[in-house]
Design a protein around this ligand. Structure first.
Ligand code: MTE
Length: 333
């Protein structure tokens, strides 16, 4: 059967995705040889307009040992300029490449075992240590925050995360003064995450922040969503939420926090450095090489809305970048 693969620039803006991999010649050839890439591509193209399986989303909820922690008190300092996204949408329209490259991975993600879940705090710290997620949750100051989330693919949502400031974890870790960056790494287990069998991706998923970013008040570790433990498809049992950056920075299902003096190379940067950089700060005036970032499709709404500089969080974070050159330092890609 002949399958026509659209090129990136033929995609409607709402369907633009970091699926550049499919248009990257080397990877495309590999992928064609491997077969599943075609299936993944067609799933992706149809996935954007799929109606969310609402009833099914409710059915995936299962008892979680941390359920007793939630709901937690909302921190009113972080306000939204829009409605909270429907829970059924935010929990069924996901990017979690470990479970496939379509948006419809929530069922597959249920295969991820989240207990026991041990987090390693390592690298340049006074004493590296391992800590179980439930012990970590008991130590951390839990609160709820309403945050916007802007994907590099030009869709967005606004959700109530529960969790704790990343700074609280940095303080617990006690990094050495020479540490400059925090690298965050997702689990690696191809036996439960079928996407990790795709050898053309540089697994595991890695992301990084400067320590100044990691200790900024906005940087948040989400362990809950909509007043409940965070669903697996959204990054259980703990994921990053850095709302002034494109969504790919917000690493899911983290197992390692490593303090380092070397700037980490992230998953997407490893794949396509000309399109996905280290900083990835949201800026409507700096287009992605293959699509505009001027506006965004809010999940659940038909009208697009203008995208804001730093996704509207400039008052909290603009200072972090005042000594950098936006163009030379590639602050917005
Ligand atoms: N983290 C991991 N481990 N794997 C991923 O594929 N996708 C990223 C980010 N974190 C991703 C990830 C992208 S591109 C986005 S937009 C957000 O997760 C999506 O988060 P959501 O599914 O909770 O909306």
């Amino acid at each position: 059967m002949l399958i026509k693969i659209k090129r990136g620039w033929e995609l409607p803006e709402h369907a633009a995705t970091p699926e550049h991999l499919y248009w990257n010649r080397r990877s495309l050839l590999k992928g064609l040889a491997a077969g599943p890439i075609l299936a993944a591509t067609s799933g992706l193209l149809s996935g954007c307009d799929e109606a969310p399986p609402r009833e099914a989303a409710a059915a995936v909820e299962e008892p979680d040992p941390s359920a007793g922690f939630y709901p937690v008190t909302r921190n009113m300092r972080y306000r939204l300029d829009r409605e909270i996204t429907d829970e059924a949408l935010a929990t069924t329209y996901n990017n979690f490449y470990e479970f496939g490259s379509s948006k419809n991975v929530w069922q597959k993600a249920q295969a991820l075992p989240i207990r026991p879940w041990t987090v390693r705090i390592g690298g340049m710290v006074e004493n590296p240590f391992d800590i179980g997620i439930d012990e970590l949750l008991a130590k951390m100051p839990l609160e709820e925050r309403l945050y916007r989330h802007r994907c590099v693919e030009a869709w967005s949502m606004a959700v109530p995360w529960s969790g704790f400031p990343l700074k609280a974890l940095v303080d617990l870790a006690r990094p050495l003064s020479a540490a400059k960056y925090l690298k965050m790494v997702t689990f690696l287990d191809p036996s439960v995450a079928s996407g990790q069998k795709a050898s053309w991706y540089p697994w595991p998923y890695v992301e990084g922040l400067t320590l100044a970013e990691a200790t900024n008040e906005l940087a948040f570790i989400a362990t809950g969503l909509y007043g409940k433990p965070i669903p697996k498809q959204n990054g259980a049992p703990l994921r990053l939420a850095v709302p002034w950056k494109y969504g790919f920075k917000s690493t899911k299902s983290i197992v390692l926090f490593e303090f380092t003096d070397q700037r980490p190379k992230s998953f997407w940067e490893e794949i396509q450095a000309s399109e996905y950089g280290f900083w990835a700060n949201v800026n409507p005036e700096v287009p992605h090489p293959r699509w505009s970032q001027a506006s965004e499709r809010v999940l659940g709404q038909s009208e697009k809305v203008p995208t804001l500089l730093f996704n509207g969080y400039g008052e909290f974070v603009a200072d972090l970048y005042k000594d950098l050159d936006p163009v030379k330092d590639k602050l917005f890609m």
